[in-house]
Design a protein around this ligand. Structure first.
Ligand SMILES: Cc1cc2nc3c(=O)[nH]c(=O)nc-3n(C[C@H](O)[C@H](O)[C@H](O)COP(=O)(O)O)c2cc1C
Length: 164
């Protein structure tokens, strides 16, 4: 069985999706790791059980992890509790201007799963401030996409080498 990296993401206006896709490209370019990119609304407990490492990517909405991502954790939490201990993970948050509380929530949730943080969380801010800008489709800057790709590559390389 190839080593596998699961990227679970949620996105409304496209920012997080671009980040997750960049991370997937980075991971695939660095190694033989099998990368699976799954929408949070479609991800199930078996996706977690079948993967060796995780990247969780979501927007911050209303100073919290976006509800659909929270729903993913709610639906899968007890089904995988004690069954994915010590597997490595990283988190990416797409935010208008903050993102820190969403990071805190992800870190708190996966502490219960006893996952191992293998990289610092990556926050990308879109700097959208007005309602029109917040609701508009997002375009993530190339430099930020490179940071996402690097994170994906780091995760994949570490999984391949077994260093986490
Ligand atoms: C209802 C709503 C609430 C939001 N609340 C926050 C917030 O609390 N902090 C923040 O930094 N950005 C906030 N934003 C901005 C989003 O995080 C930002 O638009 C981001 O690009 C969304 O990710 P997406 O493009 O993947 O959907 C909010 C956006 C919406 C629609």
């Amino acid at each position: 069985m190839p080593i596998s990296l699961l990227i679970v993401f949620h996105s409304i206006t496209g920012g997080t999706q671009q980040m997750a896709e960049a991370a997937a490209r980075g991971a695939a370019s660095e190694s033989d790791v099998a990368v699976r990119l799954v929408r949070a609304s479609e991800a199930v407990a078996n996706d977690l059980l079948a993967s060796d490492g995780y990247l969780f990517a979501a927007p911050e909405n209303l100073a919290a992890l976006a509800g659909v991502m929270k729903d993913f954790f709610d639906r899968t939490y007890y089904a995988v509790l004690d069954r994915i201990v010590a597997r490595p993970y990283a988190a990416m948050i797409c935010a208008g201007s903050d993102g820190t509380n969403a990071v805190r929530q992800v870190e708190r949730i996966v502490t219960g799963w006893r996952l191992k943080k293998c990289a610092e969380p990556l926050i990308v801010c879109t700097h959208a401030q007005t309602p029109e800008a917040i609701l508009a489709p997002k375009r993530i800057a190339p430099a930020d996409l490179r940071r996402c790709a690097d994170l994906g590559a780091t995760l994949a390389a570490g999984l391949t080498l077994g260093v986490f």
